[in-house]
Write a protein that binds this ligand. Structure first.
Ligand SMILES: *Cc1c(COP(=O)(O)O)cnc(C)c1O
Length: 386
């Protein structure tokens, strides 16, 4: 049996007519830059995320960058974030000219450990970027508390977490900014690159709108330097159409996660959830399953943890099961960030997760049969190696 990590064709087949219709509408209008479809998409995403404003941009990466740019964060400034994330989080900070400052993760949620933020704050600190990794939100009460006390901005990297909730509040709605990615493999994927910034603040929204068109307002008059960060009209039409299905897809992902949990329980393997993980300790389990710690986990990824990760990945590949490592090298050990001067061991929990976590197929259309096959292959791997 073949179980791919993600099957976008399975998602597209039942919505093909809808998507083709909205794309045809844009093509007929020959209106490709901004316009009513972009505005409709912005309003829909802002509404979905309990935010007052949405500003469509070219990608999740540009969403992060444009927030930093409009706030004038640059050389001499520091921004605190997690080293266990997709490159764009730290990359955007560096591209803005600021210094990424890392805090280690909480190994239960894999999100930044908010209790370590305060010790990293200096007079140069301007902002915190918590990342809601795998579809589960960081401890936002703790992040906002320390940010407010030190007058810092909070930019939520919600690229993997659209629709996730923390104490009844949606991802992107708690910080000063929320950044979404519509990269095709995200829960709400465009037909190419696309992203959005959401905010509750009208002045911030206005500044973002100006910045995404070279900082010009009125046209050809530039008080500030921006860039071309616009959301394509075609992408906006696709994202708005797909948004109507997002809650169904999220429910299917959550059901798949529940199914995996059950199948692992029935497999007879020694399992535990990630809160039981003891670093370097005598592990009672061979597989650690994801632990849900916030109200609504949207399962962009279902990530397990095992000390035999690389062997397991290879064995699953041989059996036709696609998996992925998110992410194999934490940011502080990336070659391009060697100038920050971090050595191996600087953020041990991130390093441990980077060497032991593995994402299993969790996409909405995954069948019961496929999930059973995945867990069966994992159980066989561990019993053969016992
Ligand atoms: C995908 C992702 C991004 C970047 O989004 P793009 O649309 O690919 O530029 C940023 N941060 C995180 C955590 C992501 O997963």
């Amino acid at each position: 049996m073949k179980v791919p990590l993600l099957d976008l064709k399975a998602q597209y087949a039942p919505i093909r007519a809808e998507i083709e219709a909205v794309m045809a509408e844009v093509m007929e209008s020959q209106h490709f830059i901004l316009g009513p479809q972009v505005q409709k998409c912005e309003e829909a995403i802002a509404g979905y995320s309990a935010c007052a404003y949405g500003v469509g941009v070219s990608s999740g990466t540009d969403a992060l960058l444009i927030c930093l740019m409009t706030e004038g964060i640059g050389p001499g400034d520091e921004v605190i974030t997690t080293p266990y994330t997709f490159f764009a989080t730290a990359g955007s900070i560096a591209r803005a000219g600021a210094k990424p400052v890392f805090v280690d993760i909480d190994p239960t949620s894999y999100n930044l450990n908010a209790s370590e933020i305060e010790s990293k704050i200096t007079p140069r600190t301007r902002a915190i970027i918590p990342v809601h990794l795998y579809g589960q939100m960081a401890d936002m009460d703790a992040v906002m508390e320390v940010a407010q006390r030190h007058r810092l901005l909070v930019i939520e990297d919600a690229a993997q977490a659209i629709g996730a909730e923390y104490k009844g509040r949606r991802a992107g709605s708690i910080g000063h900014y929320g950044c979404f990615s519509f990269f095709p493999s995200k829960n709400l994927g465009a037909a190419g690159d696309a992203g959005m910034v959401v905010t509750q603040d009208p002045t911030r929204a206005e500044n973002l709108i100006r910045c995404r068109t070279h900082g010009s307002k009125p046209k050809y008059y530039h008080k500030v330097i921006g860039g071309n960060f616009r959301l394509d009209t075609l992408q906006a039409a696709v994202v708005a159409a797909k948004l109507r299905h997002l809650d169904n897809w999220t429910s299917a992902r959550q059901r798949n996660a529940e199914r995996y949990n059950l199948l692992f329980q029935e497999s007879g393997l020694p399992i535990a959830d990630s809160s039981r993980y003891e670093s370097g300790g005598n592990q009672s389990a061979c597989v650690f399953l994801p632990k849900v710690v916030t109200d609504r986990h949207i399962f962009n990824q279902y990530v397990i943890r095992t000390t035999r990760r690389d062997q397991l990945k290879a064995a699953l590949q041989e059996k036709g099961v696609g998996t992925e490592i998110y992410y194999p090298v934490p940011m502080h050990l990336q070659e391009c960030f060697s100038y920050l001067g971090h050595a191996v061991g600087a953020f041990p929990k991130s390093e441990g997760a980077a060497s032991e976590t593995l994402a299993l197929p969790i996409y909405p259309e995954l069948t019961d049969q496929q999930a059973r096959y995945v867990v069966k292959c994992i159980a066989e791997f561990f019993s053969a190696g016992a």
